[in-house]
Structures are given as C-alpha cells and as structure tokens.
Design a protein. Sequence first.
Length: 225
Amino acid sequence: MIFKILFEDEYFIIAEKPAGLPSQPTVDKKRPNFFTLLKKQLQDERGAGFYLALHHRLDRDTSGVMIFAKNKEANEPLADLFKKHRIQKTYLCLTQTGKAAEKWDEKNFLAEVRDPVLKKMKMKSVRSGGQVAHTQFAVLERLKKGLLIQARPLTGRMHQIRVHLAEKGLGIFGDDIYPCLKSPAAPRLMLHAYSLEFTHPFTQEPITIASTLPDDMAEFKKKLS
C-alpha cells in the first residue's frame, strides 16, 4: 500500500491515513501501524536516515489527515501547536437521524471508564471529575436514512466526537463502542479526519490541507440517500 502525501515542505509532512490501521505501534509489535509503514515508505524512497516524528493520533477505524515532523527542529513548534490548540481539525461523519439543529455546540466533562461488557475503555459524560470536552457541530446534509455532520473539536479528548454524538442520539454508523444503529450495516466507523488548518510556525503562512471523503464512506452515503 502506498500512502498519499497531501502536503510537504522542509519541516512537515501531511499524509492520509486509511481506516483499519492503528496510528502508532501497539502492544502487539507484529501488528502493522500507519506511522511505521509510512516511515518505511519514505525511507525506501529517500534513504534509511529519513526522519519522521509522530505528534498525534487517529482512532484505528478513523481515516484522514495526519501531520508529522520531518526533522528535530520541527518537533517543538509542532508539539506547541497541538498543546495550545492552534491546529483546527475538522471531521466528517455519517450518523443516524435525530434531533439536530443546523449548528450546535456540545461542551461537557468526559471521564474514562471501563465497559464491563465490551471490556474496553470508553468515555462518558460526568458532572464532576472529568476533563472539559468541547465540539462544534454542523449538519451538512440531511439524507433519507442519516445525516452528514461536520465536527470541529476544540479540545482533544479520547473519542470526543463519538461520545458527544452518541449521547445526543446521533450515533456514528459503524461505531463498535458507542450506541448507533446497526442497519444499514457500515463497513467500519464512518468518521473521517477531513482537514487540518494552522498557521505555519516557521513561515507564518496559513495552511489548510483537506482529504476527500474516502470511497467506503462515499458509497455508504449513497445507501443513506
């Protein structure tokens, strides 16, 4: 598999992660992951000394844009962009229908809990003890059997978009942790990291990099239509 490079300069690479791959190495060292495979692809093309550093992640079944540092000089400025929330991420998702305004904000506190049935860690809203989670949502299309929703997280909590939508009765199709409709059956989690927007820390230029809706989501969208 050859991964698509969406943007590159002397400091950063932005590449397109496919669904189904963890973003980074897992406990199972034999399990393929996007960072390791992308680094190998680039080293095969450009030499074994090619440098690549990981600064954020996407869920395994989420597709879309990820940014990496190309040299050590770029590490601290990129880490600073994430730490100070100066990179705006925009996601697209296909959800079940429900009561949804054209635009709305979800802001609450989320805490990590272990689901006794799934035996997985998940997030849930709490009145105290959690961390603030804030997402801006907009309905882009109202389909016959679902919604195409844009999500712009303003904080970076685990599963933030998924839990905010599920707790509003707008579960993302294909979600294997949070409540969602099982029919029509989605091939995977219908969540795509569509774009990244930021001011380049070295050139001060505004950067917006977007990734088109992947084929599996486009096909599922047709089913919902």
